[in-house]
Design a protein. Structure first.
Length: 80
C-alpha cells in the first residue's frame, strides 16, 4: 500500500518559535480521486524540544480530490 505524509511547518515572529505538525498514514483504494487513509502517526514539535507523539482517536478517514494539476491540488477530507 502507498504512504501519505503531511508535514506543516509554522513560524512565529514574536516570540520567535517554530512549530512542526506531522501526520502519516497508509493509503488504500483503487480510485485515485477518493482514497481511504489509515493514519498511523501524529506528532508535534516546538522549536528544539523533544517530539511529542500522540495517539489518534479516529485513525481512519478519506480524502477526495476534486482538482489536480502540476501546481495545485484541491481536496477535502471525509470529515469536512
Amino acid at each position: 500500500s502507498a504512504v501519505v505524509d503531511n508535514l506543516v511547518l509554522i513560524s512565529f515572529d514574536s516570540p520567535p518559535a517554530k512549530l512542526s505538525i506531522r501526520v502519516s498514514g497508509r493509503v488504500s483504494g483503487a480510485d485515485l480521486a477518493c482514497l481511504a487513509i489509515t493514519f498511523t502517526r501524529f506528532s508535534l514539535q516546538l522549536n528544539d524540544l523533544p517530539t511529542l507523539k500522540l495517539p489518534l482517536p479516529r485513525p481512519v478517514g478519506e480524502l477526495r480530490t476534486t482538482f489536480c494539476d502540476h501546481e495545485l491540488r484541491l481536496s477535502r477530507g471525509g470529515r469536512g
